[in-house]
Design a protein around this ligand. Structure first.
Ligand code: FEO
Length: 170
């Protein structure tokens, strides 16, 4: 049993996870349009990860017999300045997500809601990994600058990513 306040906040977080998926799908479409098919693949897998994050929360709300409210999902922007800029915006978004998840953890702690706190720690840990992965890609692209061959090589690396459901592993 979770509090009404927690129920509301988790529903909001559910919407943010699905919005994240939508944002990454938009980034995937942008990359594909620009010929970065590897990056398009990377972002489309990121989209799948976000849906998995959302579904983990959805399942938790179901298990807690909470009311699930599916709000409208905000439309993400569809254009980005460059490949680097798409990844920079992705990092900025993940940092915001981390902030919100930390606030949710604070609330769970304040309410002595151990079950939700435990769930949220999974997300907090996942955020560390997500931010680190995106930062690493940004560093590489910055190092390469406008070098066409370098960008081609990074794009080839990003093409290797395959979907592994993060919620099934931990
Ligand atoms: Fe589900 Fe990338 O945060």
């Amino acid at each position: 049993m979770i509090s009404k306040k927690m129920e509301t906040e988790l529903n909001l977080q559910l919407n943010k996870e699905f919005y994240s998926g939508y944002l990454y799908l938009a980034m995937s479409a942008y990359c594909s349009k620009k010929g970065f098919n590897g990056a398009a693949n990377w972002f489309s897998i990121q989209y799948q990860e976000e849906i998995a994050h959302g579904m983990k929360l959805f399942k938790y709300l179901e298990d807690q017999d909470a009311d699930i409210v599916l709000e409208k999902i905000e439309a993400p922007k569809s254009n980005f300045d460059s490949l680097l800029s798409a990844f920079e915006e992705s990092l900025a978004h993940e940092q915001k997500m981390t902030g919100w998840l930390n606030e949710l953890s604070d609330l769970a702690m304040k309410e002595k809601d151990h079950a939700t706190y435990n769930l949220l720690q999974w997300y907090v840990t996942e955020q560390v990994e997500e931010e680190a992965t995106v930062s690493e890609i940004i560093d590489k692209i910055r190092m390469i600058g406008d070098n066409g061959y370098g960008l081609y090589t990074v794009d080839q690396e990003l093409a290797q990513r395959i979907f592994v459901d993060p919620t099934a592993q931990k």
